[in-house]
Design a protein around this ligand. Sequence first.
Ligand SMILES: NC(=O)c1ccc[n+]([C@@H]2O[C@H](COP(=O)([O-])OP(=O)(O)OC[C@H]3O[C@@H](n4cnc5c(N)ncnc54)[C@H](OP(=O)(O)O)[C@@H]3O)[C@@H](O)[C@H]2O)c1
Length: 529
Amino acid sequence: MTHTDPNEHFWPETLAPATAPDLQIPQGACLIDGKVEPCTLVIIGASGDLTARKIIPALYNLDLQGGLADPFLIVGCARTPLQDEAFREKMRTAIRASGPLDESRWPAFSSRLRYQPLEYQDQSSFEELAKFLRGLEKGPGSKGNRIFYLAIPPTLYKTAAQMLGQAGLSPEGSDGKGWCRIVVEKPFGRDLETAVDLDRSLHAYFKEHQIFRIDHYLAKETVQNILMFRFANAIFEPVWNRRYIDYVSITAAESLGVEHRAGYYEEAGVLRDMFQNHMMQLLALTAMEPPSLFEAERVLDEKAKSYWSLRPFPLGDLWKTLVLGQYGAGAIQGKRVPAYRDEPGVAPDSLTPTFALMKVFLDNWRWQGVPFFLTSGKRLADKVTRITIQFKEVPHSMFRQVLGEHISANRLVLCIYPDEKITLTFQTKNPGAKVCLRTVTMDFQYHQNYSGPVLEAYEKVLLDVMLGDHLLFWREDGVERCWSFLTPILRQCEACGERAEMLLPYEAGTWGPRAARELHPDYLLDLKS
Ligand SMILES: NC(=O)c1ccc[n+]([C@@H]2O[C@H](COP(=O)([O-])OP(=O)(O)OC[C@H]3O[C@@H](n4cnc5c(N)ncnc54)[C@H](OP(=O)(O)O)[C@@H]3O)[C@@H](O)[C@H]2O)c1
């Protein structure tokens, strides 16, 4: 082996430091990728919760890390009448509430903030906004690039998109220059029909490449890592199929209740709130075929194919593959919490599910016959998000005379929360003269050998919108395929005569209804090991 590059470090094998590959990466080197262009971000609904808790703190942190271009202006819009200074003050409080604020960096960030009152149903108000933006873009360095972020209730998405379009704010190159993007928050529709309708309204003025449908779950580091883990390591892919895998379990458990979102949650329930978006994304990342290139369109093509493979749910026999529950009163970490029906804003006879466990199959060559258990719920014993790959037992037990027929099978767990880690369990010999096995766990902590900053999910999402990268967003076909799968289930659940009986009560602070363990016997094991 010859080394011709004098700059390349080369250690003889015997001297190579064991941790060299990790330590060679400069801290923070992977943080911000690509060139961010100057633009104006218009937040529609800027007086709301999402803006204060997520969007503005994320932009502030990006600014601290050099992730915003110059000029980069943030225009807050809402009905609430505010002056620039009052808006800045409100955002300063919001940043403080979410983490430390560096006073020396605040003036520079605050000078990016503007406020423009906006009536969502009033065309002339949007025309005023267009005029205001044209004025701003006369400043030095402006390229006329714009992002419109819809941070308003979902019932207003359609109207706002139409108003933007009619005010001439959607075409790229409008006013002579620049690209134009629109960001749409979740939920994207409440069934197939409304999702298709929303897509149609967006497409009346925006092309697909201009639309960014957010699922911030996808921007979590450990979720992004699933594809790296699967496709940058040769050893897992050959066993990632029905021959070796017994089942896959995807769990997103929350200990929080409905909090201040009762109005939305009563209409949505757990299936719309979690399954249509986050659970389906985790399913696709686990199940999809390798794309030919790590590039948005190719990754989104493979995800869409996974959704196409979803076996239609057995609607006639719904309750054999679906468990729904609703939390009652109980205790979370020693603190008494009310029943869902006693939460403010919830109907006392509400039939909205707060827990679901669903057994689904993918009808394709790789996954035929392998069940995927998808579980999500509120007010469960703990907050846990993880994907468990349960491998099959060895085909022949040569140790059966001493150990019996059963040897625990390998288990790979991709932990997303609370620990960000990957664990693999396998069997080893217990030390001593007797033939005796023990299960051991090997783990990798995601932040091992890395102490630099990381991008929080909304920081990554915003950065990708600025860069025009769709990889971590939903594409129209993916959303519609998932709704095609879920809508008949929702209809059947909501129309069925046994609706009340099949909504199983569970005590807050437990792991959900007992029936979950009947549908998936390893349910508790998947949460804890
Ligand atoms: N908050 C979160 O953590 C979160 C997480 C994921 C997704 N989302 C999605 O992000 C979007 C914004 O969420 P948010 O929590 O910020 O919403 P929000 O606080 O309820 O509403 C945002 C703003 O919209 C205006 N608004 C609210 N209700 C309205 C109504 N009925 N008619 C007209 N305007 C109304 C209000 O501004 P003005 O009165 O000043 O006009 C309000 O400040 C929603 O679609 C939500 O589903 C939110």
